[in-house]
Write a protein that binds this ligand. Sequence first.
Ligand code: ADP
Ligand code: NI
Length: 219
Amino acid sequence: MKIVEQVIEKIKSQFEGDATGHDWHHIMRVYNLSRYIQEVEGGDLKIIELAALLHDISDHKLNGGKLDEGGKVAAKILEELGEDEDTISQVKYIIDNVSYKGANTKAEMKTLEGRIVQDADRLDAIGAIGIARTFAYGGNRNRPIYEPEHKAKMHESFEDYFNSKSHTINHFYEKLLLLKDRLNTPTGIKLGEERHQLMENYLDAFFKEWNFNVLQEKE
Ligand code: ADP
Ligand code: NI
């Protein structure tokens, strides 16, 4: 069996049933998007596939805040499957650097393979799926959908971002709407355009509905 299939078999059950938006279907979408971008942009397909499959294997938001756990867990899985050191270190590097750490942290991804997987992960965070995942995550964390008395707030640092307990609509302003300018590859940027526009339209509609009474009174 190919290493990629072995990894799928090994990790699939761990993601099934997750309700935070980091479920198995997210992993598969990132995997498929990565493969699509690789076809156009190039890069080592095996590294890309392995990094896409393992990128959320131990997310710091879901593992009690351990930032470097994901890369270590991924490396261990690949070691056990007999993968070579060079492949493991390339995959580990991507997983250690793929995550968004707030608007003020400039995460640098040094490899093409990493930039592709990061684009795929970010594309799945925006657009129609992105909106669904965001409200699912907010609900899972008991966060309100929106609180108009708390204006959209930008964080100052990664700690601020990490500890933020704000309403879910705020997440659009602290992350989702910023992602289109943080996509790396031409193919990723192109795929992001429609998804970004859909979020802008969604937010317009959201606030229009939210403020319905106010509008009625004005007319
Ligand atoms: P990354 O893939 O850059 O690590 P995350 O794992 O932080 O991104 O986030 C993935 C998705 O989880 C987000 O795109 C969003 O849908 C959801 N999410 C993460 N943090 C929040 C939050 N504070 N509020 C709402 N949704 C969130
Ligand atoms: Ni992800």
